[in-house]
Design a protein around this ligand. Structure first.
Ligand SMILES: [Fe+2]
Ligand SMILES: [Fe+2]
Length: 230
């Protein structure tokens, strides 16, 4: 078995711990629903609010980062597609739970959410993360940092929509205004190395350049201003 770098091992553990915490929180709310029939609507609404505030944003953020990286491995692409559909299943079950009109219905749907989420997180922990952890070309810590930043309002820019003569000026203006932790994510039809050199000449280590996709048709690059660390 490949040796796992210390950085990747720690990042993998952080992700697994986060999954455990989210699953515990979902279980506690499903438990509240089954424990008290008289206040079932409040318990239903608390579970819906929790999934919408914590679980679904996590899912969206990992689709844009961890899952995108996992698609680099041909043998994982089918699995990633299935896992995106599971996110969709959790979202639609949550919609059904919000509309549940009896405690029995609510409990049945809530139990479904818990089960799908538990199986899903298990596959992430035991199949997807090990592939990323073991790859010396992957900095899993940086991927997770990107994941948390997605929720912080990264800006997407399709460079093809901007006239050639204005591209560098517009991109340099946008990266100038990035907040700490925020990224400009550019999509472009070639590897924009002259732009990279220009940004590095101006900002040095103040901006980090991370490839999310490297061709052959599209390149996606996150240009991030690192969050200040205490
Ligand atoms: Fe997921
Ligand atoms: Fe996850």
């Amino acid at each position: 078995m490949a040796t796992i770098s210390e950085g990747n091992r720690q990042a993998g553990e952080r992700m697994r711990a986060h999954h455990r915490a989210m699953l515990d929180a979902v279980r506690a709310r499903v438990g509240a629903l089954s424990a008290d029939g008289s206040t079932w609507t409040a318990a239903r609404d608390a579970l819906v609010a929790h999934v919408e505030a914590e679980v679904l944003p996590h899912a969206r953020a990992e689709e844009a980062t961890v899952y995108e990286r996992a698609r680099d491995y041909p043998h994982l692409r089918g699995l990633v597609d299935a896992m995106v559909r599971e996110h969709g299943a959790i979202a639609s079950l949550t919609g059904a739970l919000a509309a549940a009109r009896s405690p029995a219905d609510a409990l049945r749907i809530a139990g479904g959410i818990e089960q799908v989420f538990a199986v899903h997180a298990g596959i992430e922990n035991d199949v997807m993360l090990p592939a990323l952890e073991a790859d010396p070309a992957v900095d899993l810590g940086a991927v997770l940092e990107d994941m948390h930043a997605v929720a912080d309002g990264d800006v997407d820019l399709d460079v093809g929509a901007i006239p050639h003569a204005q591209r560098h000026r517009i991109i340099l203006g946008l990266v100038e205004r990035l907040r700490p932790g925020q990224a400009l994510v550019i999509t472009v039809d070639h590897d924009p190395l002259p732009l990279r050199r220009q940004i590095e000449a101006i900002h040095g280590d103040g901006l980090r350049w991370t490839y999310r996709a490297r061709g052959p048709r599209l390149w996606r690059i996150a240009i991030r201003r690192p969050a200040s660390r205490s």
